[in-house]
Design a protein around this ligand. Structure first.
Ligand code: G1P
Length: 300
């Protein structure tokens, strides 16, 4: 049924993931003086590892990190390190050792550089030469998902429709001006991929077409690179991915899917802190001890 309403032409599962990780992490200074914010620990796991795991879970076999020459820690982290894997394995953490081992072996990692802070559209455009001419995933590493359901649904939607798809969530009206905001077709969104007729980056609350925002999971078709190449900068000098999607949605459909899983925005110190606590409360090896400590520490 879906195929009847979409006009896209490519029917290929996305296998490449682009992870923009060139930002200097100003909000996390001074820690980001030495540690890229993508490597901040979520308990004992760098946020980047969780995002890469999410991509690998949906079938990605090539990860493109868009980094910055001033963040050598990113490359150090993704460099294969058999000795580290061996030490983790020897400590009995077999599943973790397997997760670490597949990066750089089963999963190819490429690093490209964004040489100036020119926005998300520019960052994704920097990956053009290493992304094959087929649909690709974009994961913003400031956002962590409770599981890979949304990404899998986006990959499947693009596979079945042939058009790009973005993850969405509903927020309070006074939050819309921090995000890309969509205009859904045919009134209220329903389950499954629905058509987006327009997108706008960070509108004023009173101008926003809805309270449905784009979150940091996209599966895009490669023609978006041509749209990125033709972007004009915003007043702050940045090229916005949302504008490229807007140009694309004027020519071919764009699909949206509502997220139904947990989502954590770790882009601010408070967001990071609450994400760590929430994830620790859900993780079997930390949940009981943390709950016990919190009960003693916090008066409810
Ligand atoms: C970026 C995108 C925006 C999207 C948001 C999701 O904004 O430009 O459209 O809604 O990510 O987190 P940024 O967080 O870079 O300001």
């Amino acid at each position: 049924m879906l195929n009847g309403i979409w006009l896209g032409c490519q029917r290929v599962k996305a296998r490449t993931a682009v992870i923009p990780a060139a930002g200097l992490g100003t909000r996390f200074l001074p820690v980001t003086k030495a540690v890229p914010k993508e490597l901040l620990p979520i308990i004992d796991m760098p946020a980047l590892q969780l995002v890469m795991d999410e991509a690998v879970e949906v079938g990605v076999d090539h990860i493109v990190l868009v980094s910055n020459v001033n963040k050598p820690g990113i490359e150090a982290y993704v460099r294969p390190a058999a000795d580290v894997v061996q030490r983790v394995r020897a400590s009995g953490r077999i599943e973790l050792a397997d997760r670490l081992a597949r990066i750089g072996t089963d999963v190819r990692v490429s690093v490209v550089y964004q040489d100036a802070p020119l926005g998300l559209g520019h960052a994704v455009g920097c990956a053009r030469d290493v992304v094959a001419d087929e649909p690709f995933v974009v994961l913003l590493p400031d956002e962590l998902m409770g599981d890979s359901h949304l990404l899998q649904s986006l990959v499947d939607a693009v596979d079945s429709t042939g058009v790009g798809a973005v993850g969405l969530m509903r927020v309070a009206r006074d939050e819309v001006s921090s995000y890309g905001v969509i205009t859904p077709a045919d009134g209220a969104p329903h389950d499954g991929p629905f058509r987006i007729v327009d997108v706008v980056e960070k509108p004023k609350m009173e101008d926003a077409p809805s309270n449905l925002i784009i979150i940091g999971r996209y599966v895009l078709t490669p023609d978006v690179f041509d749209k990125i190449a033709r972007l004009s900068p915003h007043a702050n000098g940045e090229l916005q991915l949302t504008d490229a999607l807007r140009a694309q949605s004027a020519e071919s459909p764009l699909a949206g899917l509502l997220n139904k899983s947990a989502r954590y925005d770790t882009g601010t110190p408070m967001g990071w802190l609450t994400a760590v606590i929430d994830i620790a409360l859900n993780r079997p090896d930390t949940s009981n001890a943390l709950q016990a400590w919190l009960r003693g520490r916090v008066e409810f």
